[in-house]
Design a protein around this ligand. Structure first.
Ligand code: SDX
Length: 437
């Protein structure tokens, strides 16, 4: 990692038109996708920083995990297209692929699933953390707090320079997220906590912990378990998005993995990011009827109105989000399985999608439905409360976060992330005592 096999040295020449001095900036080629201009020596050579708020043109790291082509609507995990994984794989296999780089052999997959299933229980004292929250606490607040608190329990796996420690911590996080999410839900509705079962698959186990009670047998609907498994696959990783970049930045200081993932959860919570699925449902409910769609399309186009069409647009996808395509199909499968004939919010969503995609504003700005547009409708059909939608996104994205965190730690060129700035504040000023102000 970090050493680039740069056969033909290509470069960009930067010329200072005041001094006429030129600087050659080497270009680095990846396997595919845009090349990068290596500016690591720029400041020492030119005494200038680059300026790129939001990092729209900035590569923050080298990675071998996920590749996205926004124009072509391509998303690949370790080279495998997302639609083929969603169709043919399962979430545990995709977790193995993201963490270790290749699809597992049969025995490797069995051992991995056995390991993960044996880490799904929480320390009994962790369960007491939930009772410190109000019953109406947002589940993301609970999950963010409890995950960070795990670092108080696992002193045997926080030496981030020990690969064994890193992998045990990664397995614990991957395994415990569904349990933490389900407990946050049970706590919010005042029902007793349901322990994970080692005989159930990952997604099935999560739905079991969410819906079972101690009073009777509960069997998870296999169609819903498959749908949940596919949703987890689609949300598992997504290159250097806001929450993954948060995890990498936190990890670059040497913070323990539980604290880093808690930071990622906090970043994902925002409505511009993972919180969008919850925001989509709120928006569809606010629209309320197909007849009011034009009113909200206008609001979304109005520069003076902060309203945005939740579930539309993406920093990278300027054509279509391949995950939304798979989710649209999954949405209809779930609604058919549940016999949901007329889901008014789905009618509004389908109409909204059609109207938006025909509107010149959305066409010009390349705003298409993203991964969050359909997931909320599926979750609602499955009886999952809106406040839990982003928690499920966090459950899925944990494997991507830990895979990217491990890759960062193992990268010999990695150092603490410390961006600079363009300072436009006051120049030096003399202090004026209070008596003289
Ligand atoms: C996720 O990064 C990832 O990979 C994220 C994610 C992942 O898997 O990790 O894919 C998950 O976060 C998906 C995105 C979920 N967010 C939403 O659905 C919220 C609604 N979308 C917007 O907030 C917005 O589209 C973003 C935040 C997703 C992207 O914003 P950008 O890339 O910074 O684009 P922008 O805000 O500069 O918008 C470009 C233009 C602007 O107009 P102008 O200033 O150029 O005139 O498009 C407009 C925006 O006003 N615009 C929208 C819009 N999204 C962008 N106008 C109306 N409705 C929208 N949804």
């Amino acid at each position: 990692m970090g050493e680039f096999d740069n056969k033909e040295i290509q470069s960009f020449t930067l010329t200072d038109n005041k001094t006429g001095v030129s600087y050659d900036l080497p270009v680095i080629h990846g396997t595919t996708g845009p090349d990068v201009i290596d500016i690591r020596q720029l400041y020492s050579n030119t005494n200038c920083f680059t300026y790129d708020p939001g990092f729209t043109s900035t590569g923050s790291c080298e990675s071998k995990i996920t590749y996205i082509d926004g124009e072509a609507g391509i998303l690949r995990y370790r080279g495998y297209p997302i639609d083929t994984l969603a169709e043919n794989s399962d979430f545990m296999e995709v977790c193995y692929l993201l963490l270790y780089g290749d699809l597992p052999l049969s025995l490797e997959k069995q051992e991995f699933e056995f390991t993960i299933s044996r880490h799904t229980m929480l320390h009994e004292q962790v369960n007491t953390f939930f009772r410190g929250f109000r019953r109406d606490a947002h589940p993301m607040a609970i999950v963010c707090g409890v995950v960070g608190a795990l670092s108080a329990f696992y002193h045997d796996s926080t030496d981030i320079n020990d690969p064994q420690h890193r992998m045990i911590a990664s397995h614990r996080l991957l395994a415990k997220m569904p349990t933490i999410a389900a407990l946050a839900y049970k706590y919010s509705i005042g029902q007793p906590f349901i322990y994970p079962r080692n005989d159930l698959k990952y997604a099935e186990n999560f739905l079991y912990m969410m819906n079972a009670t101690p009073c009777e047998e509960y069997e998870v609907n296999p169609v819903l378990a498959r749908a949940m498994d596919r949703i987890l696959i689609l949300h598992a990783d997504h290159e250097q998005n806001a929450s993954t970049s948060t995890v990498r930045l936190a990890g670059s200081s040497g913070a323990n993995p539980f604290a880093c993932i808690s930071a990622g959860i906090a970043s994902l919570w925002g409505p511009a990011h993972g919180g969008a699925n919850e925001a989509v449902l709120r928006m569809l409910k606010e629209i309320g009827s197909v007849e009011r769609i034009p009113e909200f399309i206008q609001k979304a186009k109005d520069k003076d109105d902060p309203f945005r069409l939740m579930g539309f647009g993406h920093r990278v996808y300027k054509n279509f989000d391949p995950r939304a395509t798979v989710l649209q199909q999954t949405c209809h499968e779930v609604l058919d399985e549940l016999g949901v004939e007329n889901e008014p919010l789905l009618d509004i969503a389908m109409r909204l999608e059609k109207v938006a995609l025909e509107d010149s504003y959305f066409i010009e700005k390349k705003l298409y439905p993203n991964v969050d547009f359909y997931s909320g409708i599926i979750f609602r059909a499955m009886g999952i409360p809106t406040s839990l939608f982003t928690v499920i996104f966090a459950v899925a994205r944990t494997v991507g976060w830990v895979a990217q965190w491990n890759e960062m730690i193992e990268d010999p060129s990695q150092k603490i992330g410390r961006p600079r700035q363009l300072y436009t504040g006051e120049g030096e000023r003399g202090y004026i005592p209070l008596s003289k102000r």
